[in-house]
Design a protein around this ligand. Structure first.
Ligand code: SAM
Length: 262
């Protein structure tokens, strides 16, 4: 099983190779929809913000442009070098830091697509909670599996230990976050987005590349014709169905807020 410390080297290699080459769907499409979705959740002006697992820095830069004072941290030195070279703003700094080494307190801590890489997510969330200022909140995005994408991949993972993604240690749903909120004694609001990836055209694009990789890595039969049959079946029967349930999106967005103290 993956361990968080092993992902540091893995991610360094991804960033050296280039994210575009690594991911099965257009990274810019996913990343931009995620950034747009997170940015519209709160007013950023004047907020002291930490972006944990900031990768190559686009979200941190976008929040700084909205008026936040942002620190982006990532344990991948390669990611931080790229971030520092491509995004310069007076309210923005990056450092190569592990989540466990965070100092200072923040009004908002954002972590996009990173909590699922942690060995012990509730422990990480507790740590992040301790780094919030009064009335602060955590904004977390993470792949969500309660949609046709998850209904097809999770059985492969659970029944055959198939490596359906190479970096995720956990596969969250909104139910997990409801439980986290209870344990943390924080207020939760959530929604999901990237609906076409959970349930539509982007899912088909993703599966065309992902399914052969998963079968190869699982050492399962990897027959192109059979995979085409599956893709055609999905195109005909899934892509056209309604995908607007609250949990239909491929990415979950969770806001965990500190409860008001009187
Ligand atoms: C899927 S990438 C997401 C990057 C970026 N947030 C984005 O949305 O494009 C996950 C990131 O988390 C970072 N990461 C994983 N574990 C970490 C840890 N313990 N401390 C700091 N960063 C970590 C990885 O290096 C990687 O850049």
């Amino acid at each position: 099983m993956n361990k968080n410390k092993n992902l540091k080297n893995f991610y360094n290699k991804v960033y050296i190779k280039g994210e575009k080459k690594h991911f099965t769907i257009k990274r810019e499409t996913v990343s931009l929809s995620e950034i747009k979705e997170v940015l519209k959740q709160i007013s950023w002006k004047g907020k002291k913000v930490l972006d944990v697992g900031c990768g190559t820095g686009l979200f941190a830069f976008s929040a700084a442009k909205k008026g936040a004072i942002v620190s982006g941290v990532d344990f991948s030195t390669e990611a931080i070098e790229i971030a520092q070279s491509q995004y310069i703003h007076k309210n923005l700094k990056f450092s190569s830091t592990d989540v466990n080494k965070i100092k200072e307190k923040f009004d908002v801590i954002v972590s996009n697509g990173t909590l699922e890489h942690m060995d012990n997510p509730i422990k990480t969330l507790r740590l992040l909670k301790r780094h919030l200022n009064k009335n602060g909140c955590l904004i977390i995005t993470s792949p969500n599996w309660t949609n046709p994408r998850g209904h097809m991949l999770i059985p492969l993972l659970l029944l055959f230990d198939a490596p359906i993604t190479l970096v995720d240690i956990h596969y969250f749903t909104p139910i997990d976050f409801k439980n986290f909120a209870k344990k943390l004694d924080m207020k939760l609001s959530w929604n999901t987005f990237d609906r076409s990836w959970g349930h539509g055209k982007i899912l088909v694009e993703d599966f065309k590349k992902r399914i052969p990789n998963v079968l190869r890595d699982s050492k399962l039969p990897n027959d192109k014709k059979k995979i085409n049959l599956l893709i055609k079946w999905i195109e005909k029967n899934i892509s056209s169905m309604k995908n607007d349930l609250p949990h239909s999106g491929a990415t979950g967005l969770y806001i965990l807020s500190l409860k008001k103290t009187h």
